[in-house]
Design a binder for this molecule. Structure first.
Ligand code: C2E
Ligand code: MG
Ligand code: MG
Length: 572
């Protein structure tokens, strides 16, 4: 039973109220006209730690924590005096001294217009507030790093734009190789890396800036306060420097590179979405160049990005529309100038733009995934051509086909190639696959395993553009390859530039030590041919021996050249 106040005649009336509320789930407190506590229910005891007996006769100020703003009490009394009721949030103190937020409803008890007491009911809203705060945090923050997420960023960036109206710098930092790390070392390592990167970056980022993550290894930093591009560039360089060192994760050294794109407000966009999009355009431009660096958005970049999108849209239909074809460029033996094989080179005749260079559209095909169907078509067409030439009586040719990173890592590559060999009756050694060093090493473990499997099918493997990528001897030894192709950048000045002469000579020597054959590509002059033959190159390729040309251009050349030990005039 609730304790009673016998001294007061109001107690009888209060008892009625009190008995109603005794079993209420809410804490209930009743006071008399002088605002002294006359009743408290068990829930109140549970919540505050005070037994009802300890409270009787006290003013409810016994619960005061000093943490409720004085205006709240003023509002409360004004409302109680005027409307006879109030509800709101107060922060109270328990008997043990801890404080908690409570939601309270107070009603004045009126007896013929005279206030005879108050009845207050309240609940502890600490947990609810905690849950709300947590939900708010989850809604606006990334659960892994605790940084603002895309939603939180947008709100803060919008706020900064409206509040400051002054120049802002938006930097988008994208980690490279995160996908590879997730794939090879596992997502747990990838996650730890993201946390470590966030920590390193936050040491560089000024306290006044907005720091967020978009997930997928992308971080956004907004420099607030008047900013110019110099401040943003300094910060960007600082961040790239901070990420330059490896991370130690699970006892393992993990390297990451980053690309940073920057957009300035108001010059590069008036709202959060545009600024972020333009920073992303700038970041992709850095990524294309393939080096850790920073770039600022400019409109030419946007034009390029749009053109690229258009190219991708057009490329989507190119295969079905029959706009793709293969040109074949001969390779000759250094010893006697006979054609010993061809490299298949993809050509795209765009209905409006004419010939589009593979250097331009292969990266688009690679990024959009279109390279998989296109690459399969290239392999199939090149092998069919080789088989057709064999039927025509031209035997012993090798057909080289270029493979991009995505193709090498496609799950069904080996099965696809096996089916191709069977379909066209290709003999061991007849099909050569060319990959660049960076393609082979983009995911070394899987890359090497794929190359081994291809080699086991009887495919010849060549490293294309040698000298322009990693050029690491340690890696080269790991690759199960047969042929090195010296990039034409070194061939161009081989007879005039001492450096290039030395590089070509060293490459030939290295390749031969490793038991590899060497192809020199891009030979245009007799002088280049002369030097490269002198250095011991095994095969030669370039305009001097023949331009890439459609298959129809070759049969009569082939028949002559198979037996004729001199190089041909250009086929085109
Ligand atoms: P790559 O594999 O290094 O091909 C050699 C490039 O050098 C070809 O350019 C060829 O036309 C050019 N070339 C040949 N001889 C000479 C010469 O004497 N002088 C000069 N200046 N250039 C010469 P192309 O056909 O424009 O191909 C560019 C790149 O596109 C290729 O480089 C290759 O990486 C890629 N590519 C071409 N076809 C395919 C394909 O079917 N699949 C994939 N994944 N990539 C391809
Ligand atoms: Mg090639
Ligand atoms: Mg090449």
């Amino acid at each position: 039973m609730l304790p009673e106040c016998d001294s007061c005649h109001i107690a009888a009336a209060l008892r009625v109220h009190a008995s109603i509320v005794e079993h209420s789930g809410e804490a209930v407190l009743v006071t008399d006209a002088a605002n002294r506590i006359v009743a408290a229910n068990p829930e109140l005891t549970r919540l505050t730690g005070y037994a009802a007996e300890e409270l009787l006769g006290h003013d409810p100020r016994i619960f005061t924590s000093g943490e409720t703003p004085p205006e709240t009490f003023r509002e409360m009394w004004d409302a109680l005096n005027q409307q006879g009721r109030w509800e709101g949030e107060l922060r109270d103190r328990r008997k043990d001294g801890t404080t908690f937020p409570k939601w309270v409803r107070i009603t004045a008890l009126r007896d013929s217009g005279i206030t005879s007491g108050y009845i207050a009911s309240f609940t502890d809203i600490g947990k609810r507030k905690f849950d709300e705060a947590r939900l708010r945090h989850l809604a606006f923050n990334d659960s892994l790093t605790g940084l603002l997420n895309r939603h939180g960023l947008k709100i803060q960036l919008d706020r900064a734009i409206t509040a400051e109206g002054a120049p802002l710098a938006v930097l988008l930092l994208g980690l490279e190789h995160l996908k590879d790390i997730n794939k090879t070392l596992g997502h747990a390592v990838g996650d730890q890396l993201l946390v470590a990167v966030a920590e390193r970056l936050s040491a560089c980022v000024p306290d006044t800036s907005i720091f967020a993550t978009l997930g997928g290894g992308e971080f956004v930093i907004v420099l607030t306060g008047p900013q110019d591009s110099a401040a943003a560039r300094t910060l960007a360089n600082g961040m790239l420097g901070a990420l330059g060192d490896f991370h130690m994760i699970d006892g393992r050294k993990v390297h990451t590179d980053a690309c940073i794109g920057a957009a300035l407000f108001p010059a590069d966009g008036a709202d959060a979405a545009t600024l972020l999009q333009h920073a992303a355009t700038a970041m992709y431009a850095v990524r294309e160049k393939g080096r850790a660096n920073v770039q600022f958005f400019d409109t030419a970049m946007e034009m390029r990005a749009l053109a690229r999108l258009e190219l991708e849209a057009d490329l989507r239909g190119a295969l079905e529309a029959g706009q793709l074809s293969l040109h074949y460029q001969p390779q000759v033996t250094a010893a006697d100038g006979r054609i010993c094989g061809f490299e298949a080179l993809l050509r795209w005749r765009h209905p409006l733009r004419g010939m589009v260079s593979p250097a331009e559209f292969i990266p688009v095909a690679e990024e959009s995934g279109l390279i998989e169907p296109i690459g399969a078509w290239v392999l199939d067409t090149a092998c069919r051509q080789l088989a057709a030439w064999r039927v025509d009586g031209v035997k012993g040719l090798r057909m080289a086909v270029n493979l991009s990173a995505r193709q090498l890592h496609a799950a069904d590559l080996v099965l696809q190639v096996q089916a191709l060999l069977d379909r066209h009756g290709i003999l061991p050694g007849e099909l050569e696959i060319e990959v660049t060093e960076s393609v082979a090493m983009s995911d070394p473990e899987q890359g090497i395993e794929r190359l081994r499997a291809l080699r086991a099918l009887g495919i010849t493997l060549a490293i294309d553009d040698f000298g322009t990528g990693y050029s690491s001897l340690a890696y080269l030894k790991l690759l199960p390859i047969h042929v090195l192709k010296i990039d034409r950048a070194f061939v161009r000045d081989v007879e005039t530039n001492a450096n290039d002469t030395a590089i070509c000579a060293a490459t030939v020597a290295l390749a031969h030590t490793l038991g590899l054959k060497v192809v020199a590509e891009g030979i245009e002059t007799e002088a280049q041919r002369h030097v490269l033959i002198g250095q011991g190159c095994d095969y030669l390729q370039g305009y001097l021996f023949g331009w890439p040309a459609p298959a129809e251009a070759w049969p009569e050349h082939l028949k002559q050249l198979m037996n004729n030990p001199h190089h041909t005039e250009a086929a085109q």
